[in-house]
Structures are given as structure tokens and as C-alpha cells.
Design a protein. Structure first.
Length: 311
């Protein structure tokens, strides 16, 4: 995709995401679910710096406590670098430093952003001549959200979430994100969804095998209308996540009582994303939630996907 980097370090950046709509299909025989989601990339970024090395290593910095993250071959960024090296026949390694700003296990795709930025950084560092399609193909083998972190913007994801089609989105949406001091396991939340559906089988419609994104979500994105989008926000994983972490319900109530148009859990949670009308409303909500001792950041979307940053 690129020529070898002339400098000894390459800096790539990729965004976190919010699922403004997430529909989850019925559990399949292999234990997985088909999903239909509307992704929006937001201005909370992971920054990856890559240096030439003989082997593969990673360290973490940034605003997020990453002390619990693996730094061996099980780390998704290391997996991304190794996958590209295999594809390109590259025999060296890379030393990675990742500045984390997206919550860990927070439902915002931070690990996926690490992997997407690593693919782009290593492609540039090594001069692998991989095409964009090559990199997205590798991204899809790493996790369902990795291709979207690579492409960014606004998109519809189907299948496992990795089959992407662009979605028209006008203007800019303003979000206030309440960050939890704990994580939620994505498989754990999906398992709880299956149990939730079994418990309430008499009261809810059976889940579709292949769900779809509501047309009112697509219309709201096309119109660039936050109030219209607020009416359409939906996440099938929210009820099971709230069952696992009931305190998140109070966070949702607090945000909506202090001016948010609507709130929802991002992905499998526990990050709570509040949609607001404009930048002034975002600042007011940030102040109100911070006064309740919540850790809060503001973000806008949509933003670009993974790209090289020239320091």
C-alpha cells in the first residue's frame, strides 16, 4: 500500500466507535450471532507508533490504565503485525508503543483500533506494498470491529459486523461518553442476551437469524439530525449488560435528566454514550456528569478511519 517509511518511526491513528444501532440475531449452532449494526467512528483515538525491530513487542501509554493488558502474542496489535508479516513475507519484527484513549473492554472497539492502526503503521514501516483491500482482508481475520476501525466514517456492518457498506451521514454528531472503571466481557454479554431471550421467550418476538438496521436510523444519519437519531438509537445488548451491571441504569438516567437527547450503551458496554444537540450541550452535560464523579469525555463523529500521522 505504501513505500517504506524514510524515518525510523511511523505513527498511525485509528478511532473508537459507537454502535448507534445494534441488532443481534438468534444464536447459531456455532455459538455466534449474526448482527446488523450502524457504526459511527468518533474522535477518541488510539495512537500507534512503530519502530523496526528483530522481534514483536508492545508497550502502552495514554489516559487509560492498560496495566492489565497482555503484551505477548495474544495481544491483538501483535497479532495484527504478525499477520501482515506473514502475508508480506517480511522476516523482521516491530516495536509498538500504543497511546490508549479508548476504554478497555468498554464496547468502543479500542483493541480493534489498535489492530487497525498497527496494520497501517507496519505496512508503512516495512513497505509491504499491501493494497487497502489486502489490509482490510487481514483486519477481518482479527476481529469483527477491526475492518471498521480501518475504514472509519459511518457504515453498516452485517454478518459478524465485518461486512461493511458505507452509510450516508450528514454533518457532525456530538457525544458525551461516561467511562466505567470496569470492563464487560463481550462474550459474557452475548451469553446473557441468550439467557435473557430464554427467560422472556413468552413476552418478546423470536430473534431473526439475519437482523437488519432500522430504516429510521439510516434516515436520521442522512439528515444529520441528532433529535431524529436520538429517537432511533437501539442496542439489543443493553438489557443483558444492565442485568450484569445494574449501576449503569443510574448513569443512563442521570445523563438523560441533565440534557442528553438519549443515551445507550456502546456495543457490549459498559461505556454509556449520550447523544446531545450541539457542542454547548455536550459541555454542559460533561460538567453535570463530572459533578457526580463520573469520568466523562466529549467526542464527535463521524471521523476518519486509520491513517498515518506526520508528526
Amino acid at each position: 500500500m505504501t513505500n517504506p517509511a524514510p524515518s525510523p518511526v511511523v505513527h498511525a491513528r485509528a478511532p473508537g466507535k459507537i454502535n448507534v444501532c445494534l441488532k443481534v440475531g438468534a444464536v447459531l449452532e456455532d455459538g455466534y450471532h449474526e448482527v446488523a449494526t450502524a457504526y459511527q467512528a468518533v474522535s477518541l483515538f488510539e495512537d500507534v507508533r512503530a519502530w523496526p525491530a528483530d522481534d514483536f513487542s508492545v508497550v502502552f501509554t495514554g489516559t487509560i490504565d492498560a496495566s492489565g493488558l497482555a503484551v505477548d502474542g495474544s495481544n491483538l496489535a501483535i497479532k495484527a503485525a504478525r499477520a501482515l508479516a506473514r502475508k508480506a513475507g517480511y522476516r523482521g519484527g516491530v516495536r509498538l508503543s500504543i497511546e490508549k484513549n479508548v476504554p478497555i473492554a468498554g464496547g468502543m472497539g479500542g483493541g480493534s483500533a489498535d489492530a487497525a492502526a498497527t496494520l497501517l503503521a507496519c505496512d508503512t514501516l516495512w513497505g509491504t506494498d499491501a493494497t487497502r483491500d489486502d489490509l482490510i482482508e487481514i483486519a477481518a481475520t482479527l476481529g469483527a470491529d477491526v475492518p471498521f476501525a480501518f475504514t472509519g466514517g459511518t457504515a453498516i456492518g452485517t454478518g459478524r459486523g465485518d461486512q461493511l457498506s458505507p452509510a450516508l451521514a450528514k454533518g457532525q454528531f456530538h457525544w458525551v461518553l461516561a467511562l466505567a472503571d470496569f470492563g464487560l466481557s463481550t462474550p459474557g454479554v452475548y451469553n446473557e442476551l441468550d439467557r435473557h431471550r430464554e427467560r422472556h421467550a413468552q413476552d418478546i418476538f423470536p430473534a431473526q437469524i439475519q437482523p437488519s438496521v432500522d430504516t429510521n436510523v439510516l434516515q436520521a444519519l442522512r439528515a444529520g439530525d441528532p433529535r431524529m437519531l436520538a429517537e432511533a438509537l437501539h442496542n439489543d445488548l443493553q438489557a443483558p449488560a444492565l442485568h450484569l451491571a445494574p449501576g449503569l441504569g443510574k448513569v443512563l438516567e442521570l445523563g438523560e435528566a441533565n440534557g442528553a437527547l438519549a443515551g445507550l450503551l456502546s456495543g457490549s458496554g459498559p461505556t454509556v454514550a449520550f447523544l446531545v444537540a450541539d457542542a454547548d450541550s455536550a459541555l454542559e452535560l460533561q460538567v453535570a456528569l463530572s459533578a457526580s464523579r463520573l469520568r466523562v469525555v466529549r467526542a464527535t463523529g463521524p471521523v476518519h478511519g486509520a491513517r498515518i500521522i506526520h508528526d
